[in-house]
Design a protein. Structure first.
Length: 192
């Protein structure tokens, strides 16, 4: 299974995928390219270090988002991917993009969807006094964070948690959840 990853920043989920791939744990899936919409994304260096081709494609260099999304499609498709993995990609993708990659596009979100779609998920979980939160891997559709759920993991919230400590605990869980879903997709254990 050929994977193209889209990132915007930290790339810790990308690093987890690269590590699983390096240890032959991704079920034969292979990251064939990493694309970032920001040049400063640390994830680009992680990909470089793993000798995975990278590309920066900034939406600021296009007249509008539709032109950007179409250029992105054109570039991604040169890699003939089976799966597009959003790993901290911070732009909302157009309907055309999402339709083009129907059932080939997945995302990881730091909450137990359908709870806390959108941003500031940890802050909202803390403010609500929740005892646990988690992360969700889901198919991407044109409605943000609303596609079918593939798999979730629960993470406890501790009394002394801050947004930062909770984010770190959830990210840690994401780093097993995302690679395991991709492995299982690659092995045909999850239906597309
Ligand atoms: C993660 O929390 C993920 O759930 C969300 O964006 C963050 C990306 O983190 N979609 P990183 O860039 O993988 O470190």
């Amino acid at each position: 299974m050929r994977i193209v990853c889209l990132i915007s920043g930290g790339g810790t989920n990308l690093k987890a995928l690269i590590d699983w791939q390096a240890n032959d744990l991704l079920g034969g899936a292979r990251i064939v390219a990493v694309i970032s919409n920001t040049a400063a994304a640390p994830g680009l260096e992680r990909a470089d270090n793993a000798e995975i081709p990278t590309k920066v494609l900034s939406h600021h260099d296009f007249p509008n988002r539709s032109a950007f999304d179409h250029a992105l499609i054109e570039f991604i498709d040169t890699y003939e991917p089976d799966l597009i993995v959003l790993a901290g990609f911070m732009l909302v993708l157009s309907n055309d993009f999402v339709t083009h990659y129907d059932r080939r596009l997945i995302n990881i979100h730091p909450s137990l969807l359908p709870k806390y779609k959108g941003l500031n998920t940890h802050k909202r979980a803390l403010e609500a006094g929740d005892n646990y939160t988690g992360a969700t891997v889901h198919w991407v559709t044109s409605e943000v964070d609303a596609g079918d759920i593939i798999r979730q993991v629960e993470v406890p919230i501790m009394g002394e948690d801050t947004e930062e400590t909770l984010k770190a605990r959830v990210l840690d869980a994401e780093h097993t959840l995302y690679p395991s879903v991709i492995r299982d997709l690659s092995l045909g254990l999850i239906e597309c």
